[in-house]
Write a protein that binds this ligand. Structure first.
Ligand code: PMP
Length: 354
């Protein structure tokens, strides 16, 4: 059968970090602290849960192909921008790549960062051009534009996964002004930071801002992503998207979650308080960041060793050794429930070796 498969899919794919979970289990921890996937540890808004349950009996029909309920909720929340929606932000990333990238086209990626951009570009026959971030993991606009010259599309994540680094709106504006392709700004974690890039949508023809309901809104399991897109790009996106992007249940829940601003604010402030405690109490240096996770520099120890040690103590975190462009002494730790966060602080303090 092998000869039938496209070379891009013969091996590898998205790597899920499961080894630490196995180590924790083997060490007798049946309920470990799960701090490896940047999930929201709190359940979604009860209003979202009810909205989802209410539409279940009607799922014999196809959903509304215009996603009107969700788009209306987005406009109420953010203002009168043009939006598109998909199955998670991963679905948005896929569709955007499909619209712009043909065989052999080059796509810039500010590195180190989220691995799915590269995989999705490769799946479309495109070629990734890594644009290195600075030593402090921020992006220098002039370097970025120089290295990304000639590419059609560029990915920049802020706050960045896994470093947590957030760019200023001025940096993004400078890139939009000097880059000739489309800049995809991945803002999966932006609610935990609060920087507002939305006004840039009114100024630049080449900016797409991707967002997700998976993180601050606790709907990772329902798979809802959306993006602010320029006016000209909306119809292009619709042509490339699957006919029904959001299912009925996800759409109802996502719209209700967006409307429940009190719930999301509470969650964000708890996460921000814990982020500060991680910075203050972790014995290793923590990279300053704006997400619902932190990146910790465990040098002179190796990331993989620290991850295994923590797993033995019942705390699952992510080694960053597999992120291209990062040295092997960083771990990424999501902010979880208070008992999980306490468990992390205790365990990392225990294994600390200066
Ligand atoms: N972008 C970044 C930076 C992410 O970390 C993730 C999820 N881990 C995504 C996009 C995809 O999110 P979604 O759940 O909306 O597909």
């Amino acid at each position: 059968m092998k000869h039938l498969i496209r070379k891009e899919f013969l091996e590898k794919g998205y790597v899920f970090a499961t080894r630490a979970a196995e180590t924790a289990l083997a060490s007798g921890h049946t309920r470990p602290a799960r701090l490896a996937s940047n999930e929201n540890p709190y359940p979604p808004s009860p209003k979202a849960v009810k909205a989802a349950a209410d539409v279940l009996p009607h799922t014999n029909r196809y959903p509304d192909e215009t996603n009107k309920e969700f788009i209306d909720a987005l406009k109420k929340r953010h203002g009168d921008y043009r939006f598109v929606a998909s199955v998670g932000m991963d679905g948005i990333i896929d569709t955007v790549i499909r619209t712009l990238v043909a065989d052999g086209d080059r796509v810039a990626v500010a590195t180190p960062t989220y691995s799915y951009y590269g995989l999705a570009v490769q799946a479309q026959g495109g070629v990734t051009v890594s644009v290195p971030r600075k030593a402090d993991f921020s992006v220098d606009p002039a370097t970025f534009c120089r290295d990304a010259a000639g590419t059609k599309l560029a990915f920049l994540c802020t706050p960045n996964n896994p470093t947590g680094t957030t760019e200023t709106p001025e940096t993004i504006a400078e890139i939009c002004e000097n880059y000739e392709g489309v800049l995809f700004l991945d803002c999966a974690y932006i609610e935990f930071d609060g920087t507002d890039y939305r006004p840039l949508m009114r100024r630049y023809w080449n900016l797409i801002i991707g967002r997700t309901m998976s993180k601050a809104y606790s709907l990772a399991g329902l798979r809802v992503g959306y993006a602010f897109v320029p006016e000209w790009y909306g119809p292009v996106y619709q042509r490339a998207a699957t006919p029904f992007t959001l299912n009925m249940v996800s759409q109802a829940a996502a719209a209700a979650a967006l409307r429940d601003t009190v719930h999301v604010k509470k969650i964000v402030s708890v996460v921000q308080e814990w982020r500060q405690r991680f910075i203050d109490e972790c014995p290793y240096p923590v990279v300053p960041g704006g997400a619902n996770f932190v990146m910790v520099d465990v040098a002179p120890q190796k990331a993989d060793d620290v991850v295994t040690e923590l797993a033995k103590k019942g705390v699952i975190v992510r080694s960053c050794a597999s992120f291209p462009g990062l040295p092997d002494h960083y771990i990424r730790v999501s902010i979880g429930e208070p008992w999980e966060n306490e468990a992390f602080i205790a365990a990392i303090t225990d294994i600390y070796q200066p």
